[in-house]
Design a binder for this molecule. Structure first.
Ligand code: SAM
Ligand code: FES
Length: 351
């Protein structure tokens, strides 16, 4: 298997059979070799730096009804909230003092947040914190809308593709509302406009097969995103998938390493969902090739309400506590958190 891992590192490509072999149970030696090569590539490109992104979960209103998600429209138990512009700016100020230079505005697809309101908000954040990047993660919008938000100063956009397999996509989302092809069109529009784009899949979502994962990897090869966000699917008790099995930390960590070798320069978070299913999940992610953490900057009083999945960690801690906790966790891996926007280094000049 080490020859296959070397080939992936060298060519950033494998046959479907080789991908399948790499996703099957591996010997402990192969497992170790894979994460070592992934860390080598990550260190070659980004050194030992870990970039932090301040996640601001600014609304949990959502017009969509994804079967897996705790803030889906039909979840009558979700206590809905939406932060004011002042509250969002205050999160940014707190974050700035804690060393954050990227703010991620994430929310459900909430019609209240029109282009006009969002543009004002982005401009205001940029006016106060010109040296910071603004990342949006607010779902599917029109190309014109993405263009306006980019013109207002948004730098990056996270839109997970969730699964690259159309039939599987339809098992995860009501087909009459969300389509696989539109999701992909949004990602292409975002790239074309000039955003640094992040896509990614849930690991172990209901109905996911080995073939779906291979298609996910092929999609990453094709789209060449600057960021890839993957995390385990975790059931949420008020959703149609409440009784489904969740994804595993082992498979998530394996995929992080594979993605690092596939896209050597990618910005790759070790996610809160991974930290939720394994107490050392985020550290394991960093030691498998991830180089980004996205701690929560949302006001403590709304954290529990942004309940995408059950048992989410860090819902009681103040932002400063999370940063202290994370700094110690990162230190235990031999890496270090840096104060930086942490932009993607383009491939130019690196080879
Ligand atoms: N509305 C925006 C969007 O669709 O991109 C951003 C918010 S959405 C809640 C952010 C991500 O949470 C989704 O892309 C999905 O992958 C993840 N997510 C939702 N429910 C989850 C669950 N039960 N387990 C793990 N991840 C989940
Ligand atoms: Fe939030 Fe550890 S990162 S408490």
């Amino acid at each position: 298997m080490q020859a296959v891992i070397d080939k992936l590192e060298r060519t950033h490509n494998l046959s479907d059979d080789e991908f399948a072999a790499l996703l099957a149970p591996l010997s402990p030696d192969d497992e170790k070799y894979l994460s070592q090569r992934a860390c080598h590539v990550r260190e070659k490109n980004y050194g030992k730096d870990v970039y932090i992104r301040g996640l601001i979960e600014f609304t949990n209103y959502c017009r969509n009804n994804c079967y897996y998600c705790g803030i889906r429209r039909d979840n009558a138990h979700a206590q809905r909230y939406r932060l004011t512009a002042e509250q969002i700016l205050s999160c940014c100020h707190t974050g700035y003092q804690l060393g954050f230079r990227t703010f991620v505005l994430q929310g459900g697809e909430d019609a209240y947040f029109t282009d006009e309101r969002l543009c004002q908000l982005i401009q205001e954040i940029k006016r106060h914190h010109a040296d910071c990047a603004v990342t949006l993660s607010i779902g599917e919008r029109s190309k014109e809308s993405y263009q306006r938000l980019f013109a207002a100063g948004a730098d990056r956009y996270l839109l997970r593709h969730e699964t690259a397999d159309k039939a599987h996509y339809e098992q995860l989302h009501p087909p009459a509302e969300l389509s696989h092809s539109h999701r992909l069109q949004c990602l292409r529009d975002l790239k074309e406009i000039g955003y640094q784009v992040g896509c990614g899949m849930m690991v172990g979502s209901p109905g996911q097969t080995l073939n779906c994962l291979i298609k996910d990897l092929r999609l990453l090869q094709e789209l060449q995103p600057e960021m890839v966000g993957i995390g385990p699917f975790i059931p949420q008790h008020d959703t149609p998938f409440a009784q489904e099995a969740g994804g595993t930390a082992a498979m998530t960590v394996r995929l992080l390493s594979i993605i690092r070798l596939l896209l050597p320069h990618v910005l790759l978070p070790s996610t809160t969902a991974l930290g939720t299913i394994d107490p050392r999940g985020r550290e394991k992610g960093l030691l498998a090739g991830a180089n980004v953490l996205m701690p929560n900057l949302s006001p403590t009083e709304v954290r529990k309400k942004y309940a995408l999945y059950d048992h989410k960690i860090c819902t009681g801690e103040e932002a400063a506590e999370c940063v202290r906790c994370l700094a110690a966790r990162v230190e235990s891996t031999g890496y270090k958190i840096v104060v930086s926007r942490g932009d993607h280094i383009t491939k130019e000049g690196l080879y």
